[in-house]
Design a protein around this ligand. Structure first.
Ligand code: PAF
Length: 279
């Protein structure tokens, strides 16, 4: 991959990159379109498929994470991807079996709350693998989805702090018609849980309405209480956290105003989904 990327760069082609864990959906296709728009028809678009073991904790869904490589390849072809990079674990971590992988990339500010608090080893797995992918694909532009808003913020910070010569584009969340954000993990949901998975989006919409009415802002605890009736309408959902934060710094807010951002994580059965939105 790196040799190919270097050859492309010598020819003067710009490289757009979409890192994924596969099991592609329309959200990923929208990221490919953004990458294509950024590098133009003469550029190259690379999509990586790697279910990164280092971002899953031992009790998480690594072994059952959905995979369908054939379907992914067809979708990539249709979307105009130039190269699918699908490394194996032994390509990404060749010396790990000998206990010989000892370098990690750790962001220590924007990764601390929300997903970082709920999944303490998650972001160091993401940043380490994304840094490795950047060094292999050598992109000019990399595109990430806004559904994983904190992930995008962590990557932006890593790119800034480590001087990666890469422009990061954060692309808007693609949703089902009922508001559920597209995610490969939606595949786990049975009919009943799928119907109630809209709770994440409903909570964000309700919070937005409350915040926009309260021009001067509302205390986070009061807003959480105002969201309880929405939560109660979806008894199959167990909310993991609801956080309100400054979208630039990701610092939690005690007073929420128009322009603040909200993140929510919820379990539907064994499936943990996340979503976020501008209030
Ligand atoms: O968002 C994802 O699919 C993953 O976290 C990523 C960015 C591909 C890193 O493994």
């Amino acid at each position: 991959m790196q040799a190919l990327a270097l050859a492309w760069r010598r020819e003067g082609s710009r490289i757009g990159f979409v890192p994924t864990m596969g099991y592609l959906h329309a959200g990923h296709v929208s990221l490919v379109k953004k990458a294509r728009a950024a590098v133009g028809s003469g550029g190259k678009v690379v999509l990586s498929i790697y279910v990164n073991p280092t971002q899953f904790a031992a009790n998480e869904d690594l072994s059952r994470y959905p995979r369908d490589f054939g379907r992914d390849l067809r979708m990539c072809r249709e979307a105009g991807v130039d190269e699918v990079f699908a490394p194996r674990d032994r390509d990404m971590f060749p010396d790990a079996n000998q206990g010989d992988h000892s370098t990690w990339v750790v962001e220590q500010q924007v990764s601390m709350g929300m997903e970082g608090a709920a999944r303490p080893t998650h972001f160091r797995g993401v940043t380490t693998v994304v840094a490795k992918l950047f060094n292999l694909v050598l992109p000019d532009v990399a595109v990430f989805g806004a559904k994983d808003f904190q992930q995008a913020a962590v990557i932006l910070r890593m790119v800034r702090d480590l001087h990666f010569p890469i422009r990061v584009i954060v692309s808007r969340t693609v949703r089902e018609s009922d508001g559920l954000a597209l995610s490969s993990r939606n595949r786990y949901l049975d009919t009943a849980h799928r119907a109630q998975a809209v709770v994440l989006n409903r909570l964000i919409c309700q919070a937005r309405e409350v915040v926009r009415k309260s021009r001067a802002g509302i205390f986070a605890d009061k807003l959480r209480r105002a969201l309880k009736p929405v939560e109660e309408r979806y008894p199959l959902a167990r909310v993991d956290y609801i956080d309100f934060f400054n979208p630039s710094t990701l610092q939690p807010l005690t007073r929420v105003k128009p322009g603040s951002r909200m993140a929510v994580a919820a379990f539907l059965g064994d499936t943990r989904l996340i979503d976020n939105g501008l209030l």
